[in-house]
Structure formats: C-alpha cells, structure tokens
Design a binder for this molecule. Sequence first.
Ligand code: YSA
Length: 329
Amino acid sequence: MTQFLNKLKQDILNKIKDANNLKTIDEIYRAYLGRKGELTKVLRSIKDMPEKERIKTGKLANQVKKEIEEVINAKKSKLQTISSQLPDKEQIDVTIPGLKVPRGHLHPITLVQREVEEIFQSMGFSILDGPEVETAHYHFDALNIPKDHPARDVWDTFWLKDFDLLLRAQTSPMQVRYMEKNNPPLRIIVPGRCFRRDATDSTHDFQFHQFEGLMVGEDISTANFKAIVEEFFKRFFSSSDIQTRLRPSYFPFVEPGFEVDVKRKGNDWLEIMGAGMVHPNVFKAVGYNLKDWQGFAFGAGIERLAMIKYQIDDIRLFFNSDLRFLKQF
Ligand code: YSA
C-alpha cells in the first residue's frame, strides 16, 4: 500500500504541475480528493485494515492528502493571478477612472443665427422657416422678376426641374409666402440656407446663410429701417461705435434699394445686406392694397456677420470641417 500511495502521489503531483488552467485543477481535485476520488477511496478503506497496517497507511495517506491539498491551493492561486492579468472581455475593473466623453458644441453659424434671432425677437419680430427648394414663381415672378428679366441672371442657380424648381439663392421668396397668408402690420425674420453658382473666394461660397427681414405697416419708412438695423448692429457687435454705411443699389423687388456695409477691423468695408422699401408690384402679387401699406425688407449674410464678429478673413473656413478652426467657438 505504501508503494501504491507514493506512486499515486507522484501521479497527482505531475498532473498538477502540467495543469495550466483552473478548470483542470478542479478536475484533478475531484478525481482524487472528491467524494468518489481515488485518494478518498483509500482513506475510506483504512478503517477496515488490520491494526498495524491501519496505523501506517493512515498516517501516510493523510500526509499525501495534506500535501496534495497544499500543492493544489498554491497552483490555484498562481493560476488566478495569471488569469486576472490577461485581457478578458468579461472582466470589469471597477477601479479604472472613467473615460472622458468629449462634449460637442454649436457651429459658429448656428451661434450667430441664434443671436440674430434673439435680438430681432426682442424687437418684436417673429422667426420663420422657409423651404430651401423653391418654385420659380416665389423666387422670381412674385418678386417682380418676370421671365427674361436680366436680374434673373444674378440669381440663376441650381435648377432641379425644367426651370421651375430650384435651390433658393436668397431667402426673399419667404416675404411673398408669408404676406400671401398674413395681413399687416407684420415683422418677421427668416433665417436659412441659400445656394448660388458664385465662384468661391474669401467672401463668397456656393452655400451660405441669409436672414430675410420684413416689416410692413401703415407708415413704415426708410428711417424705421435705419433705426432697426443700427440697433441690431449695436447689439450684435456689442458696440455703439460700429461703423455702417448705406449705398444705393438695385433689386427688382424694392424701390428704392440699398446695400449695407460694415467696417472691418482691417479698415475695409464688407457688404452685409441688400435691402429697400418693398416694391408696389410685390404688394400687388400678394393682394395688399397699395394705398394702405408700406414697408421695408432686407436680406443679410450670416457668414459675413460671423466673419466681422470673430475677425475671420476667409468664409471657406466655416464649412471645410477643420476641427482646429471649429474648436475655437
Ligand atoms: C434685397 C431687398 C429686399 O427687399 C430683401 C432682400 C434683399 C437681399 C437680396 N435678396 C439678396 O440676396 N441680395 S444679395 O445678393 O446682395 O445678398 C445679400 C447678402 O447675402 C450679401 O450682402 C451677403 O452678405 C450675402 N451673400 C450673398 N452671396 C453670398 C453671400 N454670402 C456668402 N456667399 C455668397 N455667395
């Protein structure tokens, strides 16, 4: 029996040595020290042995059991340490510091648009949205630009269907859409995206944003226009000495017409908006009585305002997705 036990012990120790995972160690334990394990069976049989044999075998068997248990425990904890160091999808380390999720922010054009909306809202204007795909009727005819009028060339843009549907080149069509459905007195602004076949340069892009303004009442005059835009510029640029100038200009849907420039830091002027007193033909197109109403309208470039406010010298920076630029806002 002594020989058998020593051989058994050596076999078990060899198997423990070769085991390279916890599952195998558990299997070894069950095979030899479990309820039906081989060593357990020997230990159970001791009580039936003759006394001399019983004392000798009992002592040896218990020694073997103790030694095997110690070796198994040592190997187990070694394997546990190794497995905790292995990358394991199931493993969660609750002590790892949380990953910082970068927070996004609004695009500078959205920031400027919201600021514009806030200022005009505080002066009693409502904010409207208009379609980016327009009909030739609202974009041209109803704005006093009939077919073959040379002014169509200025806004000749991205046509979508048989010279009837187009990507709008200006927000002015919304003047007509709104006045058709609403009677004066009225004050609205309409911010939105526009598209033009303009060659891109530092102040022009083929895609940009405008906001249309329209104020109609019984005795709205150019003086009201000047007062409103000057107040707007003062608040938008947070400065009472911002320099602006009004230049005569031509738009078929106003009479008289002008353009408004703002002085940039580098001392040159940047055109910000086209404007004027709403042309009688536009009032006729929406069914207003010419004797009762007059008003002004304007269309301003949002990118141009942002360029002056943030001193940006190239409009193309807004949409070329350069994070070094965008992260500054
Ligand atoms: C005029 C009279 C009204 O009663 C109402 C509105 C207007 C403005 C007219 N609809 C218009 O679009 N005039 S505009 O061609 O001179 O453009 C107005 C503003 O849009 C410009 O002053 C400029 O700030 C901006 N803009 C025009 N083309 C641009 C542009 N911004 C960037 N890129 C372009 N390609």
